[in-house]
Ligand binder design. Structure first.
Ligand SMILES: NC(=O)c1ccc[n+]([C@@H]2O[C@H](COP(=O)([O-])OP(=O)(O)OC[C@H]3O[C@@H](n4cnc5c(N)ncnc54)[C@H](O)[C@@H]3O)[C@@H](O)[C@H]2O)c1
Length: 321
């Protein structure tokens, strides 16, 4: 049995479903602060706070858990600068609480959700795992600090994944991205179309071919597949590993808008505003390690496909009375 903290959230729910499809039993542990009860499919749900070490320990013991996937976190860059204490509490103290519970219950395997935000502005591209950590926001600082503690935890084996930009949704339209507030480009652009709003592009004068920022968008189901492999790797006694998860190819904001217009057949209303502090011009991964060590073979590396799946699962506009 596996335990997925934050399994009611965006990446966690897609992963739980992929694990179940692969024949792996999973229990979800989530306080539903950001996640959704109806996103937990094919798995029992324990509602609890990551800071509740006793409940975590009891859950690990009761379900006979052998490995944990730790998605639960606060993950808004802007909010992390406004409320740093909240981020240290949930992301650092929460992870410590989980590590304590795992040590007490004798669970030796962990898959941890880290982020490309640990690198800050990289010296070179594509970004390899050995680049120095120079996070430019509190969110990235908390994740970088927890990576170090996880690596140093006695008796623990871990796969630390640094996701680039998770995007898209399940192919059948059952699961999707439902952050509140939404901060990710593709859902924001689709929502601007749907609601008659306007997408703000943060800066059009970067040193990139079309002046907008370039990011590595990776389909959430490919991320989920990597977790299935990571769990198998650890349960088979594999070595600890830190690996990027991206496609190694970036798309600019304008290219994403073009893809959305192609797929939906509708223009994306937008306005180009000033740059946002701390936004590097380009971020894209080198993800050979996940491929070579885990045998990760992402099959959805197609921007139009990502957009199509996100569009299909976009929550309908709230009804006005
Ligand atoms: N979405 C991305 O592009 C991205 C990129 C890099 C890293 N990550 C990391 O991946 C993980 C999942 O991200 P996501 O986009 O699915 O976020 P999400 O907000 O959709 O999911 C996080 C889940 O954690 C739960 N949670 C939050 N605080 C909790 C607490 N105190 N106790 C118990 N549960 C709690 C929420 O209810 C939610 O279900 C996070 O750790 C995030 O930092 C995400």
């Amino acid at each position: 049995m596996l335990l997925a903290t934050g399994g009611a959230g965006y990446i966690g729910s897609h992963t739980v479903r992929a694990l179940s499809a692969a024949g792996q039993d999973v229990v979800v542990y989530d306080d539903l602060s950001e996640g959704h009860r109806d996103a937990v499919l094919d798995a029992p749900l324990v509602i609890g706070d990551i800071l509740d070490t006793e409940l975590l320990e009891r859950t690990l013991r009761d379900y006979g858990v052998t490995a944990v996937l730790h998605f639960a976190a606060r993950c808004y860059v802007g909010e992390s600068m406004e409320k740093p204490q909240l981020y240290w509490r949930i992301n650092r103290d929460g992870t410590r609480s989980l590590l304590d519970a795992m040590a007490r219950a004798g669970v030796p395997n962990l898959v941890f959700s880290s982020t490309c935000a640990v690198y800050g502005e990289p010296d070179r591209l594509p970004m390899t795992e050995d680049l120095p950590h120079r996070p430019v926001n509190v969110y990235g600082e908390t994740k970088s600090a927890m990576e170090s503690e996880i690596r140093a935890a006695p008796g623990l084996r871990s796969v630390i994944f640094r996701y680039f930009n998770a995007a898209g949704a399940s192919e059948d339209g059952v699961l999707g991205e439902r952050h509140d507030p939404e901060t990710h480009l593709i859902p924001l652009a689709l929502m601007a179309q749907r609601d008659g709003g306007q997408l703000s592009i943060h800066g059009g004068d970067y040193d990139t071919p079309d002046g907008t920022c370039i990011r590595d968008y990776v389909h959430v189901c490919d991320l989920a597949d990597a977790h299935v492999l990571a769990a198998k790797h650890l349960l088979a006694g594999g070595e600890s590993l830190t690996a990027n998860l991206g496609y190694g190819r970036g798309y600019s904001v304008r290219e994403v808008i073009d893809a959305i217009e192609r797929v939906t057949g509708e223009p994306v209303p937008h306005v180009v505003g000033p740059r946002r502090p701390g936004d590097p011009p380009q971020l894209f991964a080198e993800a050979d390690r996940a491929r070579s060590v885990l045998g990760w073979n992402p099959t959805r590396n197609d921007l139009d496909l990502i957009v199509e799946h996100a569009w299909k699962t976009l929550t309908p506009a709230p009804r006005t009375p």
